[in-house]
Design a protein around this ligand. Structure first.
Ligand code: F6R
Length: 359
């Protein structure tokens, strides 16, 4: 039931702070120690490479997860689109471990990969919102997202829950391996900060609605740009905008612009920079300037500690490794209000189904 909400998507965006708190309760004990099955950690520890598999938004959550696993558990990790992996399998390492990301647990392309993984008796984990879903039943291990039913076709709270569970798992695995970076990462405290930060962002809806109506209601194209984790979020931000508002949106690695895509910039093309990483903030800002010099209408979503006075949207500070949990929220709201402003059916965009059970 969506109660007083006009669309499920807005309700689900608003639920994200509560989902973060629920995940802290479910996975992090009173002392902040991750409660993760030791058998899972032992199997992951033996792996020489983690393969994350997913589609759409779940694939995008995997892009963030790969950086978390590499940083905190120091295991090489790659991310794969399930429909690609199923038919063009990359050369695998000697001891692979597979992580399936799927809100529904029913995506046929991902299942196709899991069937093959099981034929080879490789160990696997499904991270899903649906207990006893196909991918959950067929994988060796399951971690649940505890996000509650996600009804809107555009995934929001499942993405942030996936990233949060990956952060908890990366912390647990890194600690299990005795790694200092993981010991120092206070995931419980950080997720509590994330929950408060998300609340502040969803409380500033009116400002984000104004930005959407001003900058995104008319153009046919828009670009999100960023580097590293900000690039990963750019891809998800662009997918949200295109699938519900039908604006042709793309996420670009900001350093790649000058290698071709800057040719797309025209007068008033919206270019939204995501700036949460101190190592690359200055570079992304100069890339934004380059697009502004060609007439782009630049907007910024920046973390407070890196913010400048005229940034469009400022994010509360959290550990930079989990900044996607906050930077994605304004992007979800920008997509929502752009769609709403055009009078579209936000929850049921044309041509799309919530669960994709064909290959
Ligand atoms: C986009 C979206 C889709 C799904 C994709 C995978 O908003 O919802 O891209 O993320 O179809 O679905 P799951 O996660 O159920 O495997």
């Amino acid at each position: 039931d969506k109660g007083a909400y006009p669309f499920y998507m807005l309700k689900e965006i608003d639920e994200q702070p509560a989902v973060m708190r629920r995940l802290v309760q479910e996975y992090l004990g009173a002392n902040g120690k991750p409660q993760i099955d030791e058998k899972l950690l032992a199997q992951m520890q033996e792996a020489d490479h983690l393969y994350i598999v997913g589609a759409g938004t779940s694939y995008h959550a995997g892009l963030v997860g790969a950086r978390l696993f590499e940083r905190f558990a120091q295991i090489p990790t790659s991310v794969h689109i399930s429909s690609e992996f199923a038919y063009e399998q990359p050369l695998l390492s000697k001891k692979p471990f597979f992580i399936f990301l799927s809100q529904s647990g029913e995506t046929a392309d991902s299942r196709e990969v899991l069937v093959h993984v099981n034929e080879n008796k490789w160990p696997s984990l499904t991270i899903t919102n649906v207990d006893k879903s196909t991918l959950s039943r067929e994988a060796t291990h399951t971690l649940l997202l505890y996000a509650g039913p996600e009804i809107a076709v555009a995934s929001t709270k499942a993405y942030t829950a996936q990233v949060a569970v990956e952060a908890i798992l990366a912390k647990a695995l890194g600690e299990y391996l005795g790694l200092e970076a993981a010991q120092k990462f206070d995931v419980k405290d950080e997720l509590a900060k994330v929950a408060n930060g998300m609340q502040a962002l969803v409380d500033s809806k009116d400002e984000i609605e104004a930005i959407a109506s001003h900058a995104l209601s008319k153009p046919r194209n828009a670009f999100y740009i960023g580097r590293g984790l900000d690039w990963s979020v750019s891809l998800e931000a662009a997918l949200k905008l295109k699938e519900i508002s039908y604006v042709q949106a793309e996420g670009f690695a900001s350093g790649e612009l000058k290698h071709g895509t800057i040719a797309l910039i025209e007068k008033n093309t919206p270019v939204i920079g995501i700036i949460t990483q101190s190592r690359t903030a200055g570079l992304t800002r100069s890339n934004l300037e380059e697009t502004a010099a060609r007439g782009a209408n630049i907007l910024t979503i920046a973390s407070r500690h890196l913010a400048k006075e005229d940034d469009s949207i400022i994010l509360p500070d959290v550990d930079e490794m989990i900044s996607p949990l906050l930077s994605v929220v304004p992007a979800q709201l920008l997509a929502y209000y752009t769609s709403l402003g055009k009078g579209l059916d936000v929850d049921k965009p044309r041509n799309l189904a919530k669960s994709v059970t064909v290959q």
